[in-house]
Design a protein around this ligand. Sequence first.
Ligand code: RIB
Length: 351
Amino acid sequence: MSIVEGKMASANIKQVAQHAGVSLGTVSNVLNRPDLVSPATRQRVLDSIATLGYVRNDSARQLRAGRSRTVAIVVLDVSNPFFTDVVRGAEAVVEEAGGMLVVCNSGEDADRETRHLDMLEEQRVQGLLITPVSDGRHPRLDAFVAHGIPVVLVDRGSGHPSRCSVAVDDITGGRLAADHLADHGHRRILYVGGPMTIRQVADRHAGAAAALTERADGVRFDVHETPTLSVAAGRQAADDLVALPASRRPTAVFCANDLLALGVLQGLTAHGLRVPHDIALVGYDDIEFAAAAAVPLSSVRQPREQLGRTAAQLLLEESGGSAKHSHRHVVFQPELVIRASSARERKRARS
Ligand code: RIB
């Protein structure tokens, strides 16, 4: 079991399809069922493979070795574009192997997650990718492993001995956001996120708190815990924040993900407050809508499709029974993307 730094992969099947101007399925057929593809199209795809230096995932061939060809992914919130991008990355790898990816939504609800896991175990899927509601020690996950069904945790670090994981260093991500806001003169910063039982939410807060404590420049760092990681919860947090006396309001808000931040932005604007002039704002994920927001959102970027691709590659390697497979915990580093929502220096840092 080892911790490895996430590295950019070589070209993938999606890039080959885009380069050749064909669907993912056509590329998969060229690789697995070339007789189904016209010679001209086949040659065009092969030329793209050569041009891009695409290297097929050898362990993926195992997926067609007469076993189930269905991989399941259980996400926390299917309406969150973060997971859409993660699924897109995983899907490309699974389809390249000639398999199918089935998406299940836990809705951040532990009972619903358990019901999905029970049904997926009955289906004897080839493997399971999951961003768990609770920590990665759910007893159902042990049952999957006991039945020879590999499990990979996604967007969740784990030291668990019997499963791989792919995550982003959320502690560092929290530090990046907090240091950025403190560097811009903010001395009252609010963390909006929850439930704090979700490991990523807790880690982002812990990283921010550690960074601000080490700075020792007297930043007040409060927490507003939300029931979900949604736009609606962000709007509600803005309503609660505006209800505070002006002297107690934060001058900056760091949100556990971009959906919360977009909700906070919407709520503050509805109350006539300006971002960043009155309150600076930073989100997390850097989903496509962050840059497109009415006030472009600063955000801690996660390599979303890469998370999905890497998790699926680990799963296929393990499910292929490769003797070379050893459980790995891949950790990518986050990156702070600064945009208008937090780019303004705070002239007078309120104590
Ligand atoms: O996985 C928990 C959260 O982390 C999700 O809401 C997603 O936005 C990511 O940031």
